[in-house]
Design a protein around this ligand. Structure first.
Ligand SMILES: Nc1ncnc2c1ncn2[C@@H]1O[C@H](COP(=O)(O)OP(=O)(O)OP(=O)(O)O)[C@@H](O)[C@H]1O
Ligand SMILES: [Mg+2]
Length: 306
């Protein structure tokens, strides 16, 4: 699947620039994770690409179809779980999924069968006949995900699908999405960077409506100054070196971030002094911090005078 944007901009209320001339050209096989601070523009981008919101200027394309001019065609290709989506409280989960499927053109019988299957995949089979208002927050979120999964749309947008899900449910959803990506493309946003890293074949960092970087985890890691981390599990470890970043974690643990040569250069010293340690590649959280950590707090929200 292809996603392309050309100088895509969105300004809300004539002053709040959520997207600023965003240009990207992505050939996606699998999962596209979009990450960024609160207010970075992730939801705005998803709403434009999924034809829900008009851009202020610029263009967006899904599989070379203009999302404004060919919105009707694009809509048949996509399914979306918006960030704030909740099921209608008076419908049961099975009614929710199957009515969505019938609206997409499935027969009543097919819709019911597919609905049941999707609810089972999300672990909601015991709840299929309950009114949705009786579901917990996480169960409601799972129901919304079940709804789009059941549709078999080739392009699926999930805006923070795992927010509010317990750890085990989140991991189950990861497995499901990994299975799903074999025959469709998934565009997801998340604040769980572990999730963005595990799932994302391509990862985009967005900040204040602008593209910071895009690529696989190895590409992003290759762009930061401190791509390795040494985790020393010893109270006696001390180091002074301007080229590494030292982060004391507890009395007995210190993390040291640095280049490969710097980090591996410390290993003989640790071995000689019989200190326990591990060396790892920097995680997406570490990388994200290096990209954005030095900036001032907050997104591009307008400051109001009180
Ligand atoms: N409907 C709206 N009207 C006015 N401003 C909006 C609207 N929706 C979003 N914004 C503004 O646009 C900017 C980007 O918001 P957006 O929702 O796209 O961010 P986000 O990256 O999805 O953030 P989060 O991680 O908190 O969901 C923010 O500054 C926000 O205040
Ligand atoms: Mg959002």
């Amino acid at each position: 699947m292809k996603i392309r944007t050309e100088s895509l901009s969105k300004t809300y209320d004539k002053k709040n620039q959520a997207l600023r001339e965003l240009s990207l050209d992505l050939n996606l096989n699998g999962i596209f994770s979009i990450i960024g601070r609160n207010g970075a523009g992730k939801t705005t981008l998803i709403r434009i690409l999924s034809t829900e919101l008009m851009p202020t200027s610029g263009k967006g394309f899904i599989n070379d179809l203009d999302v404004v001019e060919k919105a009707e065609v694009v809509r048949q290709e996509i399914a979306i779980v918006p960030q704030e989506a909740r099921p209608l409280p008076w419908l049961t989960p099975l009614q929710t999924v199957s009515s969505y499927l019938m609206w997409r053109g499935y027969s009543y019988r097919e819709a019911k069968e597919k609905g049941k299957e999707a609810l089972r995949e999300l672990g909601l089979e015991g709840k299929e006949g309950e009114k949705s208002r009786k579901l917990s927050g996480g169960q409601k979120r799972k129901l919304m995900v079940a709804t789009v999964i059941s549709s078999e749309a080739p392009v699926v947008f999930l805006d923070e699908p795992t927010t509010g899900l317990d750890y085990l449910s989140r991991k189950e959803l990861w497995q499901l999405l990994s299975k799903m990506k074999k025959d469709r493309s998934i565009i997801l946003t998340t604040h769980y960077l572990e999730e963005a890293e595990i799932l994302g074949d391509q990862i985009m960092i967005l900040d204040q409506g602008k593209l910071v970087d895009i690529g696989g985890i190895d590409h992003l890691r290759s762009k930061v100054k401190l791509p390795y981390v040494l985790k020393v599990h010893s109270g006696n470890f001390k180091i002074e070196d301007d080229e590494v970043q030292v982060q004391p974690v507890s009395e007995k643990e210190t993390f040291v971030y640095g280049s490969a040569s710097k980090i591996y250069g410390l290993v003989p010293y640790l071995l000689t002094n019989k200190m326990k340690f591990t060396v790892e590649e920097a995680s997406l959280s570490d990388i994200f911090e290096q990209y954005l950590g030095n900036e001032e707090e907050g997104g591009n929200d307008e400051k109001e005078d009180w």
